[in-house]
Ligand binder design. Sequence first.
Ligand SMILES: Nc1ncnc2c1ncn2[C@@H]1O[C@H](COP(=O)(O)OP(=O)(O)OP(=O)(O)O)[C@@H](O)[C@H]1O
Length: 612
Amino acid sequence: MQPEKTSVAWDSLSYEIQPWLRDAMVSLGFNTMTPVQASTIPLLSQHKDVVVEAVTGSGKTLAFVIPVLEKVAKSLADGEFKKGFFGAVIISPTRELANQIDTVIQSILNLQPEEQSQIKSQLLVGSIQSLREDLSSFIANKPQILIGTPGRVLDFLSNNAVRTSKCEILILDEADKLLDIGFLNDTQSIVRLLPTQRRTGLFSATISGAGNDIFKTGMTNPVKVTVKSASIKTNTAPESLNLVYMVVDPEIKLKLLMEMIKKYRYKKVIVYFPTNFAVTYFYSLFTELISRSDDISEGELEIYSLHGKLEAKPRIKALSKFTESLASKAVLFTTDVSARGLDIPDVDLVIQLDLPTDPDVFLHRCGRTGRANKIGTAITMFNEGREEEYVNFLSVKNISLKLIDTPKLKPEETKFYDDEMRNWMLKDRLLYDNAIRCYVGFVRYYSKHVASSIFRLSELDYLKLAKLHGLKRFPKMPENKYITNFPEDGWFDRSIDFDKYAYKDEAKEAARLAELKTEKRKQERKEKSLKKQELKEKNVSWSKKVDLKETKQERRERVMKRREAVEAEMKRQRKEGDDEDEEVEVDWKDMVRANKKQKNIKPESRGFFDDL
Ligand SMILES: Nc1ncnc2c1ncn2[C@@H]1O[C@H](COP(=O)(O)OP(=O)(O)OP(=O)(O)O)[C@@H](O)[C@H]1O
């Protein structure tokens, strides 16, 4: 295990790289090697497969680029590459990273001596040019090094015009990601297309996460190279990186971010959001807030956004604008698409509004600052409560975090934010729809946390979360069951008249108004019919009662008449003979009993005493 920071002279390498390469390194300002380069270059340049785990910003790119150039230069000198053949493939999970690696390679290739056969490289990523264009560039330019993302590289290598048999080396940068479920199939298919007699190099700051999957790359006996922090050799983060956290009330997270962006001293900051939608939504809110803020002068602060749903060209444009920005402060709002590998030298602050769902990504996000021994700070916001347990969880993984005070917000700062957010949202109802999508997206994101015993959906503060997004009503979703005292119809704030809350887009607004009208009519009709129904029920019950009274009265009269008839009959019989009296008494009782029995007999078969 090598400590970080200790630099090693190029001429002390146990394996001697080509002089032009060494000169190129010095010309580019890399006078010495970093430890990971000193350990890896001799192994990979010769006949070893390597699995390299070294902290973020420790120079892994050159650790594989130099052996790749070394091998290709030799084979080229031997005249190995005919039409359709190439010598090396480098794969990375994102276009930005592939582009960055290609840029590093180009900077070295620009320094090749003119007298030697020229090494060329080609970038293979989707959405920039078509596969057909990639293939014609390949045939025309004859590059020996291919750099790209898995999908496009696989399509490219599968084409008959491309011959893979001379490929000597395969590099998987961010290898744990490439062996992750989303990329594994493509990665393995690429591996199968390449000759087995090749070298393979796996590189990442968190390769341990890939476990035995590393053998899915066809390696049999790789050498493991591990480089940790300089002073604390178990630390999985570089020493120059200051890892801190603050515990915050989720409702005020964005207000805090606003104040941090305005007041903190930094040159470039990357802010990580949980979803693509959150980046878009909060990017437009923040650009508005910054433009309305008196304490930021024009041009002093630039904000950019970058996420996976953007097309390739705007993505690359946003990144290069942020990288090249000359503003006193530049901010990049992004997602995990920018978590790994990006090397932007001036980034001195990283802010994570929420923890990433995958603990390995935590290191990658933080590692966008504090690179190559430059000082950087990564601040993470933890929601009050159970999330604080994540500090211990990370310490088990040798990532130690220091608690810092949460900045205090002044009432006027809170008011500015609240007022401006409200005014901004009221400009267009679409923003409210976006807020809902953003909120729902966050809840979905939260449910994906690997450390699910800490990040529990049942413990989220949904009200604060909804307020953070500017919502007034809880959207319908299954997680509402976790909300105690759930308000009637989901409304917790009725300060906005939603009937008048309009879309900016005329067609959308017209559709909304038409729908509102139909809804209102439906509602009115419903209310009307309800009233009618109520009235009917009232009337029905009154008349029913009258009916009932009448029947009872009638029955009583009927019974009285029959009783009188019976008594008259008895009197008549009594007159006929006194000694028959007792028998008549008995008969009467019998008659009553018999009548009781007959109650269940069908109406048509009932007799004289039935109604007694
Ligand atoms: N030998 C060297 N001397 C000085 N600086 C170097 C050297 N090698 C690399 N660097 C610089 O260190 C920075 C980080 O290098 P690199 O991007 O290769 O890091 P990494 O280990 O791949 O990081 P991550 O894990 O984040 O991808 C780059 O700006 C690079 O120019």
